[in-house]
Design a protein around this ligand. Structure first.
Ligand SMILES: [Zn+2]
Ligand SMILES: [Zn+2]
Length: 252
């Protein structure tokens, strides 16, 4: 069962007057600003819009089923990627990851996708496109990645942890292929009871993961030797991948 009108009203009232010391180094505080039903092609969701005290980025939670006030809730963190999520860019596989996560959560009894508005690893859209431009002009992925900046994981986890607390989630099962990602949220007081792998269906566009060759610098080559920038913090396991390949991806 989704949030009732009464529960929504109570959450909104409580958030209106919410004050805390903030999460993480940046002392990030978020407040639930509004909640509405959101039927989608992935199932019935409710969308929760968040305000935060650090910038104008309006983060979102997509909640399926009875997930608030619940234990062992499947949770996926997704970072915004305009070119991938909305346009279907093949320079990354963000949309594959997003669709696989929503599809999986929509079929589960309950679950939450936190959509973090941190385009281009938190450095913004302009800089992300700048990094793409560098690649187009022959810079390699390492140089382009430096231009793209490195994801501020700590900041992400602080926002996510506070969002989960605002939603009254008691404990989670984190949907990630990277066991190391659990530590960031745990450090911020989130109880993680399990990890769920994110497995994306194979298609012509993510085939490069199936044939992946993880290198020292952590970038991935497709079958034509073209390099892909990573925009999400963890790497998807594609259905059909061997165990060795899956482990290789997780360990880089
Ligand atoms: Zn707060
Ligand atoms: Zn992307």
């Amino acid at each position: 069962m989704a949030l009732t009108h009464l529960q929504i009203k109570e959450l909104l009232d409580e958030n209106r007057y919410h004050k805390c010391d903030g999460f993480g180094e940046d002392k990030v505080c978020v407040k639930i600003a509004s909640i509405a039903d959101l039927p989608s092609r992935f199932g019935k969701f409710q969308v929760v819009a968040f305000w935060n005290n650090r910038d104008g980025k309006e983060h979102a939670a997509f909640v399926h089923g009875d997930a608030c006030f619940a234990e062992n809730v499947p949770v996926r963190l997704h970072s915004e990627c305009l070119t991938g999520d909305a346009i279907g860019s093949l320079r990354c596989d963000c949309r594959d990851q997003l669709e696989a996560a929503l599809g999986a959560l929509g079929k589960m009894e309950n679950g939450i996708l936190l959509y973090l508005r941190q385009e281009g690893r938190g450095i913004g859209f302009i800089n992300k496109i700048r990094a793409y431009g560098l690649q187009d002009h022959g810079y390699d992925t390492v140089e382009a990645n430096i231009a793209l900046g490195f994801r501020d994981d700590e900041r992400d986890y602080a926002v996510a942890a506070h969002m989960l607390q605002s939603l009254k989630v008691k404990s989670i099962r984190l949907m990630t292929n990277n066991p190391r990602k659990l530590a960031g949220l745990t450090a911020l007081g989130i109880k993680i009871t399990d990890r769920i792998s994110l497995i994306i269906p194979p298609n012509p566009y993510n085939e490069f993961y199936l044939h992946t060759k993880a290198t020292k610098s952590g970038h991935l080559l497709d079958t034509e030797g073209k390099e892909h920038l990573l925009e999400q913090t963890d790497r998807p396991v594609v259905a059909g991948m061997s165990n060795e390949q899956a482990v290789e991806i997780q360990e880089v």
